[in-house]
Design a protein around this ligand. Structure first.
Ligand code: ZN
Length: 295
């Protein structure tokens, strides 16, 4: 019945947004012995590769992940922050992938026998993580109006007014080259020397760019009543879903981040009562009787 389908589908939605993505049941593994398949040579990268365990030519049973599901379905409103602070260890990346799916673009890769697998390189994973991590960090500085943290990365020139956002190491990773804002209506609205507004603008541009072409409106036939159906904004990938969550945070549609009581890192709490960013922080706090490095 439509009603039951509707209800089930609601578990994949957050407000106007919906995402139902496939995660391979067979899981992922890291491999060094693969090379890009002939049709992928032009985009060749090098390993190690995080690939689906099941070859691409075999049936690959999948489960559905719902990166945008809301708090009423125990969704993580801060999944973009969870990914942004993922450590670089292959194990952490693999367990994130096995739970939520892949973030980096997938390629066809083949082993010495010519068996092909879907996968992405460690470098590709880290590039996406570093980009999101840098953007979240910049956003945190903007949100906290932390001028001193941003000041080293911006240069104002006058006559004509011009703003250069630095691609200084430590702030913007490669591929996130700093913007130059020339004299324009936007720059003229800013006070010369202002740091917050140019970076606020930069954040909007960066997130918009990553949603553009990857989040589209779609009519969903298994919603609505027998004839009419609902229209949702649908991201085409986990990466696009993470940027939707980030955009919802920047748009003020999420609970504000708070500091984890144990590790002190900022996270978006699932409920008002949540105090820890993760179960492991809650356990460690209770074992050690206090915050990390604290009394
Ligand atoms: Zn924590």
């Amino acid at each position: 019945m439509a009603g039951g389908q509707n209800k089930r589908f609601k578990q994949f939605t957050r407000g106007l947004y919906a995402a139902a993505l496939y995660v391979p049941e067979g899981g992922y593994q890291w491999r060094d012995d693969l090379v890009p398949a002939p049709e992928e040579q032009s985009r060749a990268d090098r390993g190690p590769w995080l690939v689906e365990r099941t070859p691409a030519s075999e049936p690959r049973p999948a489960m559905m992940s719902a990166p945008l599901k809301d708090e009423s379905n125990r969704g993580d409103p801060g999944l973009h922050r969870t990914f942004a602070r993922l450590d670089s260890s292959p194990d952490s990346i693999r367990s994130f992938a096995e739970k939520h799916g892949r973030v980096a673009t997938a390629h066809l890769l083949q082993d010495a026998d010519g068996t092909v697998y879907w996968g992405s390189s460690l470098r590709e994973w880290l590039r996406e993580r570093d980009t999101l991590e840098a953007l979240v960090r910049i956003w945190d500085h903007v949100r906290n109006r932390d001028t001193p943290a941003l000041e080293p990365f911006i240069t104002w020139e006058t006559k004509p007014n011009r703003v250069l956002l630095g691609c200084a190491p430590g702030l913007l990773p490669g591929g996130l080259v700093g913007d130059i804002f020339q004299t324009s209506e936007i720059v003229d609205q800013w006070v010369v020397g202002d740091v917050i507004r140019p970076f606020r603008f930069f954040i909007s541009q960066a997130i918009n760019e990553r949603m553009k072409g990857s989040v589209s409106p779609a009519l969903l036939p298994f919603t609505g009543n027998d004839i009419y159906m609902d229209i949702y904004m649908v991201p085409d990938s986990l990466l696009a879903s993470l940027y939707v969550l980030f955009a919802l945070e920047v748009g003020g549609h999420q609970r504000a981040p708070i500091n984890c009581k144990y590790c002190k890192r900022e996270f978006i709490p699932l409920t008002k009562r949540k105090e820890f960013c993760s179960d492991s922080c809650r356990v460690r706090y209770n074992e050690k009787g206090g915050p990390k490095n604290g009394r």
